[in-house]
Design a protein around this ligand. Structure first.
Ligand code: SIN
Length: 280
């Protein structure tokens, strides 16, 4: 098995078959996941059952409340854009499920149908984002908690950013009534990753809407400064998908953004999200 560290964030792993991992490979993948935040695999041939089995090595599967499910495998959420769609899913910087009391640990995304060009995904390291914050800003956020919500994204009065397809009138995203019943949650702005022990910035532009104890305007202004810093190109890697590509990311230490630059073409990805971030 070969591992190549990528600029910005992530590691590319080749020479391994995710269907038949030996103990050494499994341990190396776990270590890389904790240290890097995202692993890219090439040349894989996972069936839906293999995809589920790989994800289950890392924790329980979260059956997505808002995305359309794979017709035969409810554990798999469909992340699709068809030829007639203008909007994609995940089309802005975010980390999955930060709006949950116990957010998701990570996600495993398998490429099933790709456009001829475009459709890359950008990833950003929240370890690096935190490490490179100016000391004064680190002090400013020390001990603070941020407010996370799903209602403005998946609820009935959805106001865009993540996907501009209004929930409820798009076959790909639904359950807006459930999103509207979710209570906003708070999480520390800086978390200590339970596996690596490293600090990471844990706010994201899609789901973080304010800072506890600050008025709305001041909270949003502070968040904007953090977001602008975190999306700096030095912390970012743009992954080009190929048939057989898989990305396995850690929602605690990375952001991602699915680029929407392939109108008129079809792109179908299968996503499994894993529970148990261990932050609370
Ligand atoms: C997502 O945000 O989970 C989707 C990422 C992608 O489609 O590249």
């Amino acid at each position: 098995m070969q591992m190549k560290t990528l600029p910005g964030v992530g590691i590319e792993v080749s020479g391994v078959d995710l269907k038949h991992l030996n103990k050494t490979e499994d341990a190396a993948i776990r270590q890389a996941f904790a240290d890097q935040g995202v692993i890219f695999f090439r040349g894989q041939t996972l069936s839906e059952d293999d995809h589920i089995a790989f994800a289950e090595r890392f924790g329980e599967i979260n059956v997505n409340r808002f995305f359309a499910a794979h017709p035969a495998h409810p554990q798999i959420a469909m992340v699709a854009k068809d030829v007639e769609d203008r909007d994609n899913i995940g089309g802005g910087w975010h980390t999955d499920h930060s709006y949950d009391v116990e957010p998701a640990l990570g996600s495993v995304l398998v490429a099933r149908e790709l456009p001829d060009s475009g459709g890359d995904t950008r990833f950003a390291s929240m370890y690096r984002a935190y490490e490179t914050l100016p000391d004064a800003l680190k002090q400013e956020i020390d001990g603070k908690r941020a407010i996370h919500s799903a209602r403005h994204i998946f609820g009935k009065s959805q106001t865009s950013y993540y996907s501009t397809s209004a929930a409820g009138n798009d076959k790909r995203i639904g359950n807006a009534a459930v999103a509207d019943t979710l209570t906003d949650v708070t999480h520390p702005i800086v978390i200590t990753h339970p596996l690596s022990g490293k600090k990471a910035l844990y706010v994201n532009p899609a789901f973080t809407i304010g800072i506890e104890g600050m008025d709305e305007e001041a909270g949003k202004a502070l968040l904007q400064r953090l977001f602008a810093h975190a999306m700096n190109g030095d912390h970012v890697y743009q992954f080009k998908w190929e048939p057989g590509s898989i990305a396995f990311w850690d929602n605690r230490s990375t952001w991602h953004w699915a680029l929407n630059d392939y109108h008129g073409q079809r792109r179908v990805m299968h996503r499994i999200t894993i529970e148990g971030c261990g932050l609370n």
